[in-house]
Design a protein around this ligand. Sequence first.
Ligand code: 7TS
Length: 409
Amino acid sequence: MKIAAFPIQTVQDQFPILDRTVRGRRLAYLDNAATSQKPIRVLEKVDHFYRNYNANIHRGVHTLSQEATKEYDDARETVREFLNAGEARQCIFTKGCTEGINLVAQAYARPRLKAGDEILVSTMEHHSNIVPWQIVAEQTGATVRPIPITEDGEIDLDAYQAMLSERVKVVAIVHVSNSIGTINPVKSMVAMAHAVGAIAMVDGAQAGPHLPIDVQDVDADFYTLSCHKIYAPTGVGVLYGKTDLLQSMPPYHGGGDMIRTVSFSGTTYADIPSRFEAGTPNVAGVIGLGEALKFLMGLGRSRVFEYENKLARLAEVKLTELGGIRIVGNSKEKAGIVSFVMERAHPHDIGSVLDSYGVAIRAGHHCCMPLMERFNIPATARASFAVYNDEHDVDALVQGIRATKEIFG
Ligand code: 7TS
């Protein structure tokens, strides 16, 4: 299979980590759903910040602080463009996707939910889109109900429709499954939630790196990103929200930079986005994020999607040809993630053998225990693709699996 014209060599040249070897072999990094590697321009952007204008933001009148503030604010505009949000102030910087979801659960849902209300999440959610809802359910008396999925790993839309009622106040749904790669029909699912008066939050942790995203088209009330998976430094996330909802919400954390005035007779809060960014944020990370998103947008996100998808589907075909391997998750719409199990080897054994071939994958439940339970398996082996992967990585994966088969019979 010929992979569509994609400047793979130019892309790979931008990732210094690809020069290293692992156990004497070329590194085939296929654990991108856990975190991606970083291009030189992101490393240099962060390095340049610390060397030249390291300062706290929104505080100083001095030049360094002004320069840091400008770069930080510019990154927010880049995020707006990346998500096609209406306004930059709708994009809140968090420390990760997990924090974004907790913020919505505590600042949006907690004051509104009451006993009898329902929160719908799908069975394929990452724990970070289940547990924050269970916590707020315990606090308010609401109930969390799982939307079933089919054998192929798609959301059962008929079951979802049947679960929707006026009791449902929140629907929280993953855009792309981190475990099995399913791309969910979030636009129609959001519309269905709205039809019964619920709000909808989309967990875009795995969509960010792989798909073009348009939050206005999806009409999500909230949308979260995990930026270290999108070529940015660790410790940065984004929460997008509709302006009126964000403005109606109390702060999640209290502290510096999120207030208008503070007095012992009463404190007033800053407008969005500052209201939700208490304390010194991850200035370097956010500035690095701006650069990472420019890198990805520069490659063309539809082209990236097509390229990664071809690699992942090629891997599925080659792995299946080996025999004794079952792909978990066969949704019609899938992104660059391949999950599989082998008849004789546990995923952790697969991961260890692959490591000796220089291939990095993740083995485990991928923080999706209810999904594993649905498929009646303890774990899967997961290969997840990024812009710098190529057919050699697929071949290394297949070679390692062949070796695993030989060892485990
Ligand atoms: N939602 C999804 C769909 C995810 O895949 C992850 C992380 C998160 C939320 C949480 O993101 P964080 O950046 O706040 O941690 N997923 C994975 C993974 O699949 N392997 O390691 C982390």
